[in-house]
Design a protein around this ligand. Structure first.
Ligand code: 5GP
Length: 349
């Protein structure tokens, strides 16, 4: 047994230190980032925020709403082949240009992808190869295999939280490594297994490893407010993936429930009992569910939330003197704190 004594940080442990700047208005801050990917050699130009590949977040409707802002969606993996084909063949490119096709690492996942691709040709530019535990050899082998099969597709793969395996994944063929084990809003991995890593430190360490190899990372999970999204970028994330913050909107999917005259939407983890009942015929005997279900007050159209997140991010940039999102991590000094928010009137959102 070993103990790592070095302090590791979560979003709640830091704040940005404001800095003098000559920036005029926050409206001038440019959130668009251009990337060239290490293996696919493709380039992208987008606001690098991704809706999570959960069936209560990463929907076709979310893709078109976020696509208008040049943001991304990782589609959940439970649509049928025809539905994906229709989506990726849609003539309105803003809808699908930035969408990730998500898949697991089983034979049928690859088969399904090949079927969709037969209908869509090269329209699928990004894939998200997604497993709960990115530390297995089978996963890394799958990434290698996928890279060999599809040299020009940009691959995001995860989830992991440490530098060693980030490097291994990039060397295996991933362009973007997805970072986060246990921070998610409907995730119970830490409770069920005791496994995890404070999310901000995971981002900082994995970004450093990935950037050294010309790779990119996506911070996935744990953002609860726009300030957390800014902290993830400040820590070096190239992309940030959001689940809970984008859930319960008109575009999110998730069953509508009426209770005491109020409207709610169901939101649940993709490894929760609910999701496994729905898609896998129940929780397999050898495993425990690692996600939960919550009922969230319905939040209306996603547009307001998008404005809030992008507005918050622009404002962070002006506070630290970053003209563009690209400069945010360079301009970031985090201060460690023991208190974030004054909660005298309840938890301020
Ligand atoms: P959030 O933004 O809601 O904090 O986190 C979203 C992320 O939580 C997703 O992108 C995914 O990585 C993770 N996640 C989604 N469902 C589950 C689940 O059932 N179990 C676990 N451990 N993580 C989940």
């Amino acid at each position: 047994m070993r103990i790592e004594e070095e302090l590791k940080l979560d979003f709640k442990d830091v704040l940005f230190r404001p800095k003098r700047s000559t920036l005029g208005s926050r409206a001038k801050v440019d959130l668009v980032r251009e990337y060239t990917y290490r293996h696919s050699h493709a380039t992208s130009k987008s606001i690098p925020i991704i809706a999570a590949n959960m069936d209560t977040v990463g929907t076709f409707e979310m893709a078109s709403a976020l696509g208008k802002h040049g943001m991304h969606v990782a589609l959940h993996k439970h649509y049928g082949v025809d539905d994906y084909a229709k989506f990726f063949n849609a003539s309105n490119a803003t809808t699908h240009a930035h969408a990730f096709y998500s898949l697991g690492i089983l034979d049928h996942d690859l088969e399904k992808f090949k079927q969709v691709r037969n209908h869509t040709g090269d329209e699928i530019k990004f894939v998200c190869i997604d497993v709960a535990n990115g530390y297995t050899e089978t996963f890394i082998d799958f990434v290698k295999k996928f890279r060999d099969l599809f040299p020009t597709i940009t691959i995001m793969a995860g989830n992991v939280v440490t530098a060693d395996i980030t490097e291994a994944l990039i060397l295996a063929g991933a362009d973007i490594v997805k970072v986060g084990i246990g921070p998610g809003s409907v995730c119970t991995t830490r409770k069920m297994t005791g496994v995890g890593y404070p999310q901000l430190s995971a981002i900082i360490e994995c970004a450093d490893a990935a950037h050294g190899l010309g790779g990119h990372i996506c911070g996935d999970g744990g953002c609860t407010v726009p300030g957390d999204v800014a902290k993830a970028f400040g820590g070096g994330a190239d992309f940030v993936m959001l689940g809970g913050m984008l859930a319960a909107h008109d575009e999110s999917g998730g069953e509508i429930v009426q209770k005491d005259g109020k409207t709610y939407r169901k939101f649940y983890g993709m490894s929760s009992d609910v999701a496994m009942e729905k898609y896998a015929g129940g929780v397999a005997k050898y495993r425990a569910s690692e996600g939960k279900e919550v009922l969230l007050p319905a939040r209306g159209p996603i547009e307001n939330t998008v404005q809030e997140v992008l507005g918050g991010l622009r404002s962070t940039c002006t506070y630290v003197g970053a003209r563009k999102l690209k400069d945010l991590s360079k301009c970031t000094t985090f201060v460690r704190v023991s208190q974030q928010i004054n909660e005298v009137y309840g938890r301020a959102q």
